[in-house]
Design a protein around this ligand. Structure first.
Ligand code: SF4
Ligand code: SF4
Length: 343
């Protein structure tokens, strides 16, 4: 008997599924600043996320794994209704309630609202459903949501403020044992307003906030580390382009072309893309914010041009931001101007 795996085995389809998840999440969840990231301790991470400096915080496989939480929400809805509570998960089946702030760039997509919680049966509650592994669940039991999961607590504060609610019900499920933990809590108006104000300042800022975490552990697991620490170029999309700007109402505009940008256009970018210099770990020595190219000096030596007369952004992202690599690529470019940099 031949025990070898069939040679028709392919990873192409699974890679297509992961890529589809990444694109969907980029075009929907990360389009605006969601409550789930507003509570991040590092403001720079929020800024880098909002500006799509990295395609998605997680790869497609992880995003698909996280979507398992959505399946849990449907089970929770059934359980709560069985107990006689009035539960609404969205305006229509398959849709979530969505609230935005005045700028249109901060969004709260809530899991649901419910009435009939035994301790306060006449008060509408925000419903937040989260799944946990055993370790995380045990910590939650011991310390409560504010201490154990401060980002979840912050998320609920922002959601309550946007949705004009004053109570939350945090519904946690242990993935390993199916044990349930519920916790009621109140709106902390001051905390919510502080979080929203901080998010607005981050949205408005064309410069990235300083690295304030000082916590290497936090940075080690951060998806933005390669750009934040200056090792890589950002991804190529309109939000990393010098010509884009944030506009009220949740949109983005291209100043070069004088037009509003759809989400698909932002994802794809165009051939005029030039990196916003604040995202590049090198000194701009020539060019300006209206220009079509910027010349940089790399910290460890060497210069390069991004844009007209130099490297298109889509070529630069193939390079590591190190002097030796940039110098070698520039040498080839000088000799063969039509050569294209590939990975
Ligand atoms: S790498 Fe560290 S400082 Fe940079 S965004 Fe991430 S957490 Fe913040
Ligand atoms: S120049 Fe191109 S990449 Fe840059 S913002 Fe305009 S459309 Fe986007």
């Amino acid at each position: 008997m031949n025990n070898s795996l069939p040679d028709t085995r392919t990873s192409a389809l699974s890679n297509m599924v992961y890529a589809a998840w990444e694109r969907t999440v980029l075009a929907t969840n990360s389009r605006r600043l969601g409550g789930s990231i507003i509570g991040e301790t590092c403001p720079r991470k929020i800024w880098l996320s909002f500006r799509w400096v990295r395609k998605a915080n997680f790869d497609g496989r992880m995003l698909r794994l996280f979507s398992a939480g959505m399946i849990e929400e449907a089970r929770v809805e059934t359980d709560l209704k069985k107990c006689g509570l009035e539960v609404h998960m969205g305006p229509e089946p398959g849709k979530q309630f969505e609230f935005t702030d005045e700028t249109g760039h901060i969004v709260g997509k809530i899991d649901g609202v419910l009435l009939g919680v035994p301790e306060a049966p006449k008060t509408w509650h925000l419903l937040e459903v989260k799944t946990h592994n055993t370790r995380s669940f045990q910590d939650l039991l011991a310390r409560g949501v504010k201490e154990s999961k401060p980002m979840h607590w912050a998320q609920m504060q922002v959601y309550m403020r946007l949705a004009d609610l004053e109570r939350f019900l945090y519904y946690a499920v242990c993935k390993d044992t199916d044990e349930i933990y519920t916790e009621r809590g109140s709106l902390d108006k001051q905390a919510a307003d502080t979080l929203i104000e901080r998010a607005r300042q981050i949205i408005d800022s064309v410069k990235q906030p300083r690295m304030t975490t000082g916590d290497d552990e936090e940075c080690k697991k951060c998806a933005f580390k390669p750009v934040c620490w200056g090792e890589s170029f950002p991804d190529v999309n309109c939000r990393t382009c010098i010509h884009s700007s944030v506009v009220n109402g949740g949109g983005w505009k291209c100043q070069l072309k004088g037009k509003d940008l759809s989400v698909d256009e932002q994802v794809d970018a165009c051939s005029s893309h030039v990196f916003s210099p604040d995202m590049v770990n090198a000194f701009p020595i020539n060019g300006d914010y209206e220009g079509t190219s910027i010349q940089y000096e790399v910290r460890s030596g060497g210069t390069f041009i991004n844009g007209e007369g130099g490297f298109p952004s889509k070529e630069l992202v193939q390079l590591t931001l190190r002097g030796a690599i940039i110098r070698a690529a520039q040498k080839i470019k000088d000799k063969f101007p039509n050569a294209v940099v590939e990975k």
